[in-house]
Design a protein around this ligand. Structure first.
Ligand code: NAD
Length: 360
């Protein structure tokens, strides 16, 4: 599959625009994917990654940009979905010139696409890109940016978890529940704090001994297990995957003792059939892209001029959105992921259609 063959694929994926950007001097090879601008400019981060091939880079950007459209729609943002990938090893090729060359391509889209951080790109990189384009967010606090997005990601996960717990046990609180947190990284640590404040008993896992040391030192009441595989088999009420994607597979679902799954990791289901496995076992799954939208809400707020309290209020609404999705899923007899997609598509269609009302 090359650039031209892709045209056929775009017909099936429905993307609006895919832009290939090259700057030979700096070695920049980037692809910007815009899935939809029905709700506003497309927002999504830039992934800097040494893909095995152009095809792999393209497949990823198509997939990720579509995901952002759905995430931004359900987060209630006036933003469409896009994403970009820079093909290469950031350790080897990332430079000021390369990032600024990339920034010029982002600028050339005239605001159809806003970029932000993703795997392999960090807040200081956004400050460099911003020297060439105004269509960048997730900048440093010194530059009026939102800073670390894991703060509101964790807050949003907590809100989504409350909604799922309410549907399962009748009350929107984690008080007295046993919650298993897999991954004590940036998000997991903030989430741990919210859970303990709410009166939950927490069992946590991380493969990094430093993360476990941090938990021992700061929250001695937390029970620690060595990895996520051990955690799923533990007697817990709620499972919060906050490490890598794909952690819910045929084996982990079969072993899982929790009744609710709500966590920050992207793409938690190893394959689409896992959602049915969860439903068959009576486990309520709060869709990952719904509950982990706090981070994008945080960086999107920066476009208006960052205000933490306003952004936090928006992330708090993840509780309402999750509740609506889970109820819709129940009423329609479909898995929560399907209900979430339907709601996102409905908002994109209903609000997107308004642009057909002509304004002078
Ligand atoms: P992070 O890298 O800071 O933390 C991940 C943690 O998971 C690390 O401490 C790592 O040691 C641990 N881990 C890895 N494999 C594990 C395993 N098998 N068992 C247990 N622990 C394991 O990442 P983060 O920013 O906290 O993000 C966590 C997840 O949430 C990622 O999937 C990320 O894509 C997603 N997410 C993050 C944000 C954000 O704002 N940071 C927003 C949306 C989604």
């Amino acid at each position: 599959m090359g650039v031209f063959a892709t045209t056929d694929d775009l017909e099936t994926t429905g993307h609006e625009q895919v832009v290939f950007c090259q700057d030979k001097q700096t070695g920049l090879k980037a692809i910007i994917g815009i899935y939809s601008t029905a709700l506003g400019p497309a927002l999504g981060g830039t992934r800097f990654y040494p893909y095995a091939s152009e095809e792999a880079a393209l497949a990823d950007v198509l997939d990720l940009s579509r995901g952002m459209a759905y995430k931004n729609a359900l987060a209630g943002l006036d933003l469409g979905g896009g994403k970009a990938v820079i093909w290469g090893d950031p350790e080897q090729v990332k430079s000021e010139a390369l990032l600024r060359a990339y920034g010029r391509f982002v600028q050339s889209l005239g605001g159809r696409y806003y970029t932000a951080c993703d795997v392999g790109t960090y807040v200081p990189d956004m400050d460099v890109i911003a020297r060439e384009t105004r269509y960048v967010t997730g900048r440093s606090v010194e530059h009026g940016g939102a800073g670390d997005s894991s703060v509101l990601t964790a807050w949003g996960v907590f809100q989504g978890m409350r909604a799922a717990v309410e549907l399962t046990w009748g009350v929107p609180t984690l008080n007295g529940r046993r919650v298993g947190v897999a991954g004590l990284g940036k998000v997991g640590r903030h989430l741990l704090g919210h859970l303990l404040d709410d009166g939950a008993e927490v069992v946590a896992a991380d493969v990094n001994p430093r993360a476990l040391e941090w938990a021992r030192a700061t929250h001695p009441q937390v029970t620690l297990v060595e990895d996520a595989a051990a955690l799923v088999a533990t007697d817990i009420d709620v499972y919060a995957p906050c490490a890598l994607g794909g952690s819910l597979n045929d084996d982990t679902v079969a072993a899982l003792r929790a009744k609710v799954v709500a966590g920050s990791a992207n793409n938690q289901l190893a394959h689409p059939g896992v959602e049915k496995l969860l439903a068959d076992r009576g486990i309520l799954y709060a869709p990952d892209y719904v509950v982990n939208a706090g981070g994008v809400i945080q960086v999107a707020d920066e476009i208006e001029g960052f205000d933490f309290e306003r952004a936090k209020l928006r992330a708090t609404r993840i509780y309402d959105t999750t509740r609506e999705i889970l109820r819709l899923a129940e009423a329609d007899g479909v898995p929560p992921g399907v209900a979430a997609d339907r709601l996102a598509e409905r908002r994109m269609a209903e609000i997107g259609r308004l642009r057909t009302i002509h304004l002078r």
